[in-house]
Ligand binder design. Sequence first.
Ligand SMILES: [Zn+2]
Length: 393
Amino acid sequence: MPASRRPLINLLGFEIRFDLTWLILVALIVWTLGAGYFPAAQADLSTATYVWMAVFGAFGLFASIILHELAHSVVGRKLGMHIKGIRLFVFGGAAELTEEPPSPRVEALMVIVGPAMSIALAILCYAAAAILLGLNVPQPVVTVLGYLAAANLILALFNLIPAFPLDGGRLLRAGLWAWRGDLIWATRVASLVGGAFGLLLIILGILSAFYGNLVSGMWWFLIGLFIRAAAGSSYRQVLAQRILQAVPVRRLMRPDPISVSPDISVQHLTEEFLLGRSLKEVPVVLNQHLIGTVGIADVKAVPPAERLERRVADILQPIGGSAIAIDARADEALGQMQQNGRGRLFILEDERLVGVLSLRDLLQHLSITSELQVSAQSDRGSPFRGSAGASAE
Ligand SMILES: [Zn+2]
């Protein structure tokens, strides 16, 4: 959902973005702290004081979550990983990786610093509260610091649960990966544990709601669903990357795609190619060289009365992210498609157009390869089954 992600701030070169769902979490935390937690921790304060405590408590909690993710991101970047930024959403935060770590050691180092940061923050807040308590500072300040100490400790402990893709699950995966040297197997096992833990949370959530704790029960239920979904999709992502890494674009592309000359009229393009051959986008080629692309949106920008006069050369779009070299690997092609929101790429050999690769072809290859690999181990079949048609253009 790129449209719902708003950039918040830029810290140490990492863009911190939030989903609109994050605002639900902010509201819920402020309300829980102001109406429940702080009045219970310290009675007989004014409403205004509780509101301020809740606002500072929530602010401190989000700063803590960002510092946790920032620790992952900074160490990851030091170890050579590419990190897009930090995303805040309804269940907290996540450092957004665009690739898997190159080794178990890198993964373990990068993961452990997050909970380590949370534990350090917990100690810091606890020490500050203890010192300020002796200095006659107003009691609400001490109470808020005490809350932040507890919140950071819980953050560290929850993240250390060995359920992939939580930090603990990532450590489990790194350990299994180091043991057997097989990333896919390690991810599969860690994801299964993650999925089982998610199911446990779902059941506990239902029980808790049934026994009268509706809000927290619903919360556990939703977090359980989220962890189950994340465990499954993280596994598929690793599998996809590994399978596609081994395949050159050359092997999956379809050769000799239909192309047009820049000299033909927009009318001719529309009738013969877009309508005539059911194409949404056509590569424009001059002396075998790809010089751009032209599609439905470009044609629509030309008034119908002018389409006979205007040439394709007038409306073509620069190549940009629409082409990739024939030596590239299939996982790089998939990454480029995702980055540019494209369903197909044109394949170039020395700037000559030699083929076209569609998302559908990539997914088909993934589905077949993983089905052949996985069915040798169990009857569960391909984790990509059913997704091949749905997400292709
Ligand atoms: Zn973490």
